[in-house]
Design a protein. Sequence first.
Length: 119
Amino acid sequence: VQLQACGGGLVQAGGSLRLSCAASGSIYSINVMGWYRQGPGKQRELVARITSGGSTNYADSAKDRFTISRDNAKNMVYLLMNSLKPKETAVYYCNAGVLTTDKRYLEVWGQGTLVTVSS
């Protein structure tokens, strides 16, 4: 099972970006999908996550500006980020809890996509 993230890039402060992440492989079902980020010299932190039923939770810093969504049929998760701040410059990683077709449960990480917010 693999996660492939894309959509990062350079954006000015106050701008927006939409990240996408696609899961592929021997997937039976996906429970929680989420986005994490790791800034320079910082620990990886949760940004937002969403269950297969659509329940969401956000880091306090992301509430009201970021929106996580998913397409269960396509095994994809998205993160729309508005009003971005320079301190949110980080590598953004997608994450998923996957039940494989041979009934193994895996926690899978994507390769990360760099978001740079300029001041």
